[in-house]
Design a protein around this ligand. Structure first.
Ligand code: SAM
Length: 290
């Protein structure tokens, strides 16, 4: 069976189990698919599709994301801020406050931890999160839910030195250029966005789509239909320095990105969404242009 076949069956089962609620997504463009995607966000326990992973540890983040991520996180101090977009149950932030990767990337001795903010559409906080947040000190660990990144007012979240997204909004959003614009507006100058996509045509790589008969999970094309790889699109954004690393040995293969904001006049080439099929993550196609 193709990826689409598996996803359609999972999404239909989820929809039957979870009747639609009032969610804030705009269902106008890809209505059915957006509703199926929302059923995945709402899923709990046994209803949750196998591919919907919500508990990746900080060790997994460090191992997955560009090498700079772990070092940059270890350098943060009390006045600095880390935003994890699409945090699931917030395990990576929880691990940071428990010091679980400090042997790999030792922090500066005596330097207090940064503030960390987790955002997720659905609230997946655990008792461990609540306990650790209560002990970490006021405002140190925040968890915000019920909204997508684009639904926060421009000043609602503040600025960050580090933003991460591990198979969160960057993989799931139906509006990739708006999403990236928002991310970059939240970064301090000199700050970095660390993220990853599964099953994309890697920069300089020869990989084919992972599933026979399916497209790559995220595809971008020009108006005339020529392929634009995600890495090239990111590199065409004004005021950022981008690194792309394709990891062919992963199943499915992944590409990890480091996007450093070097000046404030950010300009993200707009993308129009031309395909969105719900999944974990969804299949998305974009065209350059307004
Ligand atoms: C597959 S889980 C990944 C969780 C976590 N990063 C991990 O690796 O365990 C996807 C997460 O992305 C969130 N998400 C998807 N689109 C989002 C958006 N546009 N804004 C904020 N969160 C989003 C979901 O609510 C969920 O928390």
């Amino acid at each position: 069976m193709t990826r689409n076949g598996v996803c359609t069956i999972v999404a239909l089962i989820l929809q039957a189990l979870c009747p639609p609620q009032a969610w804030s997504a705009d269902p106008a463009a890809f209505g059915e698919e957006i509703l199926r995607q929302e059923a995945i966000y709402r899923s709990r326990g046994e209803q949750m599709p196998d591919g919907y992973t919500i508990d990746r540890s900080l060790l997994v983040y460090t191992y997955t994301l560009p090498d700079d991520f772990g070092r940059a996180l270890a350098r943060l101090g009390a006045q600095d801020r880390w935003l994890d977009i699409g945090a699931g149950r917030g395990q990576a932030i929880l691990d940071y406050f428990r010091g679980s990767t400090e042997a790999m990337n030792p922090p500066v001795p005596g330097r207090p931890k940064a503030q960390a903010v987790a955002i997720s559409i659905e609230d997946r906080r655990t008792p461990e999160w609540n306990e650790t947040a209560a002990g970490a000190g006021a405002g140190k660990m925040r968890y915000l839910s019920s909204k997508r990144l684009r639904e926060y007012a421009p000043d609602a979240l503040g600025k960050f030195q580090i933003i991460t997204d591990v198979i969160g909004g960057f993989s799931y959003t139906p509006d990739l250029s708006l999403f990236v614009e928002r991310v970059l507006s939240l970064l301090e100058r000199g700050g970095s966005f660390f993220t990853v996509l599964q099953d994309v045509h890697g920069d300089g790589a020869e990989n084919k789509p992972y599933y026979d008969g399916s497209p790559y999970l995220t595809e971008i094309a020009t108006a005339s239909g020529s392929e634009v790889r995600v890495c090239s699109w990111l590199k065409s954004i004004a005021c950022v320095e981008v690194t792309c690393e394709f990891k062919a040995g992963w199943t499915p293969p992944i590409e990890v990105f480091g996007v450093r904001k070097v000046c404030d006049e950010i300009s993200v080439p707009p993308l129009v969404t031309i395909h969105y099929a719900a999944g974990t993550p969804p299949e998305r196609g974009f065209r350059l242009g307004n």
